[in-house]
Design a binder for this molecule. Structure first.
Ligand SMILES: C=C(O[C@@H]1C=C(C(=O)O)C=C[C@H]1O)C(=O)O
Length: 239
């Protein structure tokens, strides 16, 4: 039987899932790669993998997508690794540089600027800008460095009163229920053992990984987060 190809996010936020999968019997049944989120999305869109931990914004580019299992990369309020960093208060920003590694947060920034802050800005992909979107581990050294920083999980919560899911496990084709069950069990094992995962990670100087995993990231794909995804995708389609 050919192996199921899985693309997972290469950031620290995915370590509990990686731990769960690597300690499960799935290991021999899958071909697992770790990619930046924009590549996870593109691989699933191009059918270069069967399952991806993909940015929710990419669901709009997959004609028949299936969201798998009960876990996601999400937050209830501040997530502490998805920001707009800025030299000016958001009301004075004229240009915003997007993060090439992101799909969800770039669009979330656009949704919030249009509908919450109501600030018309120009988005650029490279070069100078008043502010920029940044996601993942690269944000860790930048927190508290810029005069203004906006945590997009927190801003979405203030805007909608809802939690958020940045990335979900999804497939571009039906996957056997037995496999999905095993995958979900592996993810649960990882999430249930976050303290062991933490012990295996290097200590960071100016970033509290314990706080990040216990108080910021929220891995449960709850009904509220599923509603948030639908609401967010609606806003993205109206951009
Ligand atoms: C919370 C995060 O969520 C991420 C944000 C994503 C995006 O903006 O497209 C995609 C995957 C997640 O890794 C993060 O990267 O810090």
């Amino acid at each position: 039987m050919s192996k199921i190809r899985i693309s997972a996010v290469s950031y620290t936020n995915t370590k509990p899932f990686a731990f769960g999968i690597e300690h499960s019997e799935l290991r021999d049944k899958i071909e697992l790669t770790y990619d930046i989120p924009s590549d996870c999305a593109q691989k699933l869109i191009d059918n270069k993998c069967d399952i991806g931990l993909i940015p929710v914004a990419a669901l709009l580019s997959i004609p028949n997508y299936y969201i798998l299992g009960d876990y996601c990369i999400g937050s209830v309020g501040a997530v502490n690794s998805v920001f707009i960093f800025s030299e000016k208060p958001i009301s004075e920003v004229k240009t915003v540089r997007l993060d090439p590694q992101s799909r969800t947060s770039n669009n979330l920034a656009k949704v919030l600027l249009k509908n919450y802050w109501e600030v018309p800005v120009e988005f650029v992909l490279e070069g100078e800008a008043d502010a920029f979107v940044e996601i993942g581990d690269r944000t860790f050294p930048h927190i508290d460095v810029f005069p203004f920083s906006y945590d997009l999980g927190e801003q979405w919560f203030q805007f909608t009163g809802l939690p958020f899911a940045f990335a979900v496990w999804a497939s571009n084709k039906p996957i056997a229920p037995g496999f999905v069950y095993e995958l979900n069990k592996a993810l649960k094992f990882g999430v249930d053992n976050i303290d062991i995962v933490l012990e295996g990670l290097p200590k960071l100087e100016n970033f509290d990984l314990g706080d990040y995993f216990h108080n910021k990231l929220d891995f449960n794909l709850t009904t509220e987060k599923r509603s948030a995804i639908q609401k967010y995708l609606q806003y993205v389609q109206e951009l």
